[in-house]
Design a protein around this ligand. Structure first.
Ligand code: ATP
Ligand code: MG
Ligand code: MG
Length: 362
């Protein structure tokens, strides 16, 4: 937002929030009305880049200042059951799913959905947290042991396990005037439920991309969405199944900072402010690698013509996303060669291998 001449106030619950390194920070609980009132008095328009801001607090703010995306869209995206029900209503295919509120409901859900399947918390899960994978009905006790105590607080949902060939995401933006733009489809690789690498544009058939964009557009119109969002998809036998909707700028869109004409961050702000949206065209090929737990040494990435470094300034912690690198090149083979060198230098061959394999098909 800085190049647009914007000024920011960030509200966060902790004093060491990493945004505080760059912009003024208001520390307060999201449910604290005094803190929210102070926040509202100091800004012209509000948005969020964290999907677990209580929807009720967003609603309270929206009665006082413009809030985009609208809190109703946030509320739906916060609840896997509500979001999957909406996908289905819009004719967007989804994996089988069932609401689970008791131990016996889990048994009947497994019977209906079949195994393997995944028990997930309906709310507050991220990076694969709050999930339990069941190989067979015999795992029901273990699954309930792990998550049953959350049935009455955040709710549970059972989903069919999808043996997908690839994971894709649509990162898209919708303006205040309803204009819709999507960046080229992104392919994603997860390790233990956490995003590890993204490649864009994803080498997929044009009809897959067209269908994915149509789903994203339909969702954004139903929700009267304003801002950037991501729709996560599984691709199986050439069919797309919707996994979840992220009501915010998305990790799988970080490549757009260097790899697209306009980044997801800038277009989010343009949308929220009612400014014209920027072009979402890709500039060649881009791969993003997530740094999880701690930052690797920067030298190998900075030594690459294609390499860009992003350190979030977060305290290292196991499983925490602390930064990423993006590699951008006009040539797919050059990008693959750079990834190979970086994978070798950092001992991260496993992280780059699937991306290099896919680039060979471009
Ligand atoms: P995020 O950090 O993207 O918000 P999350 O915690 O909300 O993640 P999901 O996106 O539901 O969780 O799951 C994380 C990953 O686990 C998926 O990207 C996918 O790799 C795998 N996964 C989740 N659900 C399924 C499923 N039904 N079938 C197969 N794999 C799945
Ligand atoms: Mg999620
Ligand atoms: Mg996800």
């Amino acid at each position: 937002g800085a190049p647009l001449g914007l000024r920011f106030l960030v509200m966060d619950t902790v004093a060491d929030a990493c945004a505080g390194q760059f912009v003024p920070l208001l520390v307060g609980d999201y449910r604290d009305r005094d803190a929210l009132a102070e926040f509202a008095s100091r800004v012209d328009v509000a948005t969020f880049d964290f999907e677990n801001v209580p929807a009720e607090s967003a609603r309270w703010l929206a009665e006082r200042i413009p809030v985009f995306p609208n809190p109703g869209a946030l509320a739906i995206a916060q609840d896997r059951l509500a979001e999957k029900s909406m996908f289905r209503e819009l004719g967007i295919p989804v994996p089988g799913f069932a609401d689970v509120d008791t131990r016996s409901a889990l048994d009947s859900a497994i019977e209906r959905i079949g195994a393997p399947c995944i028990l997930k918390t309906r709310r507050l899960g991220y990076d694969g947290k709050g999930q339990f994978r069941l190989q067979s009905a015999g795992d029901a006790d273990a699954a309930w042991q792990a998550l049953g105590n959350q049935a009455s607080t955040v709710g549970l949902i059972l989903e069919a396990f999808v043996p997908f060939e690839r994971e894709l995401s649509v990162v898209a933006v919708r303006g205040r005037d309803g204009e819709f733009r999507a960046w080229p489809l992104t392919e994603n690789w997860h390790v233990d439920g956490v995003l590890s690498a993204s490649l864009a544009p994803a080498p997929v058939a044009v009809d897959i991309e067209r269908t994915a964009f149509a789903h994203a557009r339909a969702l954004s119109e139903r929700l009267q969405y304003v801002g950037v969002f991501a729709l996560e998809l599984f691709c199986r036998d050439g069919e797309l199944l919707a996994n979840e909707l992220a009501p915010r700028v998305h990790n799988s869109g970080h490549w757009t900072i260097e790899g697209a004409q306009t980044s997801q961050f800038q277009n989010h702000l343009r949308a929220v402010l009612g400014l014209p949206l920027g072009a979402t065209t890709a500039l060649g090929h881009a791969c993003m690698l997530n740094w999880i737990g701690e930052m690797p040494p920067a030298g190998a990435v900075l030594g690459e013509r294609a390499g860009h470094w992003h350190d979030y300034g977060k305290t290292p912690r196991e499983g925490r996303k602390v930064g990423h690198a993006t590699f951008r090149s006009d040539s797919a083979s050059e990008l693959a060669a750079g990834l190979e060198r970086v994978g070798d230098a950092l001992g991260r061959q496993a992280q780059v291998r699937p991306v290099i394999g896919r680039l060979a098909t471009v």
